[in-house]
Design a protein around this ligand. Structure first.
Ligand code: SF4
Ligand code: F3S
Ligand code: FES
Length: 254
């Protein structure tokens, strides 16, 4: 087994401010960045704050930015960096820092709460639901989400514009609305909830200009833009310009 000493630059600080601190840490074959952060805690910086849980790319806790790219610390192998490269680790930029690499991601939980849950179909008990396999497959892709919030952190609509946060749910939660809207058994409309209208009017779907940066950083390789956001935009347009819906709205407004 070979080992080498690698240079790291890690953001240390809290909500009042901070800066990059240099470290040299031993690296062993096969290690990931989170291993190095743990070794750093064990040997040089016991107070370094980092959030993690599974170390298997499944809990979504260890999100951060490595050399400026949003990534999971536990799924980034040290072998992707040159041995003489300085690896810089910073907290996610779109969310407020609590301490060191740990950010306050409660923005995302607030957005999650704003989306009404699946509405079960009337007259069918659980176990009696029947769906086509293609509908199951479609939502299955979206359900791979581990809620790492890397897509939320990356989307320029909020990353560069804090003022948009109140009106933009972000790719992860627009994808959730799309999943529910595409669900053949969701009976939201029967209860007066128009998911397409709320996506556009209340959750900021129109702010998305399909740059696909969210898709690029998703560790689950979910085609967020192509399979959720663009189809959702098309569904909104279909609804808005459907002549029957248009006529119905006119009559209702009288
Ligand atoms: Fe993370 Fe992908 Fe889910 Fe976004 S969609 S929160 S990037 S797993
Ligand atoms: Fe943002 Fe993804 Fe749309 S990065 S602009 S939500 S395609
Ligand atoms: Fe769970 Fe990285 S520690 S995803």
């Amino acid at each position: 087994m070979s080992t080498y000493d690698a240079r790291f630059r890690i953001w240390r600080g809290d909500a009042d401010g901070g800066g990059l601190t240099d470290y040299t840490v031993e690296v062993h074959d096969g290690e990931v960045v989170l291993d190095i952060v743990h070794r750093l805690q064990a040997t040089q910086a016991p107070d370094l704050a980092v959030r993690w849980n599974c170390k298997a790319g499944k809990c979504g806790s260890c999100s951060a930015e490595i050399n400026g790219r949003p990534r999971l610390l536990c799924m980034t192998r040290m072998s992707v960096f040159a041995r003489d490269e300085t690896v810089t680790i910073t907290p996610m930029r779109a969310f407020p820092v609590i301490r060191d690499l740990v950010t306050d991601v409660s923005f995302n939980y607030a957005k999650a709460r704003e989306i009404p849950a699946f509405v079960p179909p009337a007259g069918l008990a659980p176990g009696e639901y029947r769906m086509k396999q293609e509908d199951v497959d479609r939502s299955q892709e979206f359900r791979k989400c581990i809620e790492c919030f890397l897509c939320q952190n990356t989307c320029h609509v909020v990353r560069d514009h804090e003022e948009n946060k109140p009106v933009f749910a972000g790719p992860r939660f627009l994808m959730r609305i799309a999943e529910l809207d595409m669900h053949p058994l969701d009976a939201a409309e029967d209860s007066g909830l128009d998911r397409r209208r709320t996506a556009q009017d209340d959750h900021g779907l129109g702010y998305c200009n399909i740059t696909k940066c969210c898709t690029e950083v998703c560790p689950e390789d979910i085609a967020i833009t192509d399979n959720a956001l663009i189809p959702m935009k098309e569904r909104v347009v279909d609804r808005r310009y459907d002549p029957v819906v248009w006529l119905g709205n006119r009559i209702r407004r009288r």
